[in-house]
Design a protein around this ligand. Structure first.
Ligand SMILES: [Zn+2]
Length: 300
């Protein structure tokens, strides 16, 4: 069975047009609300097989204080509120067997919650991280306050409104005939090679970013580019835009600041990397969109 791409399924109804302060005030106090609690950047889970990131609202009673809250939306009619707590709050749950505390990457890799919950945990983590890093106005430097049920921060001093950010990243599988281009960064796990990737810059199309990043990192010119799929990547708030590209040249010239190595792989290599039987090389984790871009190419 192929593991689904992590963080792509989010069953929440967002109620974007109805967000106002009264909504958050009402639902944050409602005992029926499902609470997503993040301590620093660690989600607190109810333990189980699998567990869940949707806690009873009463869980907040364990905390002496909490920071921002966001009304995420409703799930099956039940309101879902995300709450940020200080990193130290994780210690209140770490030794209690009814709870599990793990980083969001491990939660996805180890399947600690149902796959459907990963999208809403990603949303909660990115939103709360944004509040935590945007306490002051980027325009005038004054403190900002959360507004619109947690989906905006307002500056009373200069009137600026600030909205949650999502940073687009292009990630691409570039191929030429029956071989494809993968690279590795020094920080990757041993033997792992993955798709090249990079941030989209202002004023740039997705296709141009794919071509620029591939040329900068590996010296390969890319012609046709097609979009395949995307993945929220909550570290802290990216969207991975998965593309395939056709290489026009063969000779690799690596940017050593970005990559430790890049090389062409045959379909036989890739099959063995995906099933974990390759002696020298390994594929990226099945939770990552890179794994699926590679898998789609080898199937074609
Ligand atoms: Zn301001």
């Amino acid at each position: 069975m192929t593991m689904p791409i992590g963080y792509i399924t989010n069953p929440l109804v967002r109620h974007s047009s109805e967000r106002d302060p009264s909504l958050l005030d009402r639902f944050a106090k409602d005992p029926q609300t499902a609470m997503v609690l993040v301590a620093g950047d660690l989600p607190i889970l109810l333990a189980g097989e699998p567990g869940t990131g949707l806690l009873p609202a009463s869980t907040l009673g364990r905390l002496s204080a909490h920071k921002e809250q966001v009304f995420l939306g409703t799930m099956g009619g039940r309101p879902v509120v995300a709450t940020l707590a200080a990193p130290e709050a994780a210690e209140l749950f770490q030794d209690d067997p009814s709870f599990a505390v793990a980083d969001l990457r491990s939660i996805a890799v180890r399947g600690l919650v149902p796959a459907e919950e990963l999208g809403l945990l990603a949303m909660a983590k990115s939103m709360l991280d944004w509040h935590n890093r945007h306490r002051f106005c980027a325009n005038c430097g004054a403190p900002t306050q959360a507004a619109q049920a947690g989906f905006r921060r307002d500056c009373a001093a200069c009137g600026a409104q600030h909205f949650p950010r999502t940073d687009p990243v292009v990630i691409m599988l570039v191929s030429r005939g029956d071989k494809c281009l993968l690279g590795r960064q020094a920080r990757f796990p041993e033997k792992m090679y993955s798709c090249l990737a990079g941030f989209l810059e202002p004023g740039e199309t997705i296709e141009a970013a794919v071509r620029r990043e591939t040329f900068e990192e590996a010296g390969i010119r890319v012609g046709e580019v097609r979009y395949l799929a995307s993945q929220p990547w909550p570290f802290p708030s990216s969207i991975m835009i998965g593309c395939v590209g056709e290489a026009l040249t063969d000779e690799i010239d690596i940017d050593k600041d970005e990559l430790e190595d890049a090389r062409w792989f045959t379909k036989d290599d890739i099959r063995r990397m995906l099933d974990g039987t390759h002696e020298d090389f390994a594929a990226p984790s099945p939770i990552a969109i890179a794994n699926h871009l590679i898998r789609e190419w080898v199937k074609a």
